[in-house]
Design a protein. Structure first.
Length: 294
């Protein structure tokens, strides 16, 4: 790593050292509110997916249900789709709580098909940051709106993003994580192990062979991480956290009374990089991965 980076760009030096970088107030309050308002519109028009509505009964139907969920997930890379928290439906597929309070996330192509999220993803400050980070041919591979609902927003166990978004070589995936409300230790902010992005990955999620009951399977295993190595990264509304594809991070269950809305997207440096054909997410003829730079 060049010696002069420290002077030239303390931010870049910090990112390379830790595997993450916190940029407070990167987005304005107005930009955050425009995303939150837009997601409310999207929810208002939401059709609840059929597989969420199926009645659980026989084993066979349960398998169809699982298959429905799998297909719904696997083909969401070029669509705007809805994923719900656990325990929000009764056995007949009716919502136990209002549907807008039951959504866990919306993904995975908001950046391509929604004007508000597209504008944020390709905003001039994001593009400028990409250039400062030395990205030559960055493409956007996926985006998600995550709700972390009060009281039920599930925990996200320790993981590395490259487990799910594998590239050859590694080190080509970068996450942009935008807090649309204050993220605190109480409502489920991110926790990181600083410097954990330099040891490669031990686990991969790959598409399962056609005809198997699950749509994806894991190869390898997640090591047992030492909890005391994690540090919390609370961040205020409008803040941006840059996440290296191999840094280990997690978030806890949201047991507070306030939500923790986030918009996040992942970028791949496409120059001299190959995207794994085994990744759950694949570019499609309808939506090849768009360039970050416009």
């Amino acid at each position: 790593f060049p010696e002069d980076t420290r002077e030239q760009s303390p931010h870049l030096f910090q990112f390379c050292k830790d595997g993450f970088l916190v940029l407070e107030h990167f987005f304005t309050t107005e930009e955050c509110d425009s995303m939150r308002n837009q997601i409310q519109r999207i929810i208002a028009e939401m059709e609840v997916p059929l597989h969420c509505r199926t009645e659980f009964s026989t084993k066979e139907e349960e398998q169809l249900q699982t298959q429905g969920s799998s297909d719904y997930f696997l083909t969401s890379g070029d669509k705007i789709r809805f994923f719900f928290e656990k325990g929000v439906l009764d056995e007949k597929g009716n919502f136990l709580i209002p549907k807008e309070k039951s959504i866990g996330k919306i993904g995975h192509a908001l950046h391509a098909y929604d004007p508000v999220f597209k504008q944020i993803t390709h905003s001039s400050k994001v593009q400028e940051l990409g250039r400062k980070l030395g990205l030559e041919r960055p493409v956007v591979v996926q985006s998600m709106y995550i709700f972390k609902q009060p009281g039920i927003g599930g925990e996200v166990t320790p993981h590395q993003d490259a487990t799910f978004l594998h590239t050859e070589p590694l080190g080509r995936i970068l996450g942009f994580w935008i807090a649309l409300e204050d993220a605190t230790q109480e409502n489920g902010c991110l926790w990181f192990i600083p410097g954990s992005h330099t040891r490669g990955i031990t686990r991969r999620m790959v598409r399962a062979a056609p005809g198997t009951s699950t749509c994806v399977e894991f190869i390898g295993s997640e090591p047992a991480y030492d909890n005391s190595q994690f540090i919390p990264l609370p961040i205020s509304k409008g803040g941006l956290i840059l996440i290296h594809g191999e840094v280990v991070h997690k978030s806890e269950l949201n047991s507070s009374e306030s939500s923790r809305h986030v918009f996040t997207f992942h970028v791949m440096e496409a120059k001299d990089t190959s995207w794994s054909k085994e990744n759950w997410l694949q570019p499609t003829p309808e939506l090849p991965f768009p360039s970050l730079y416009t």
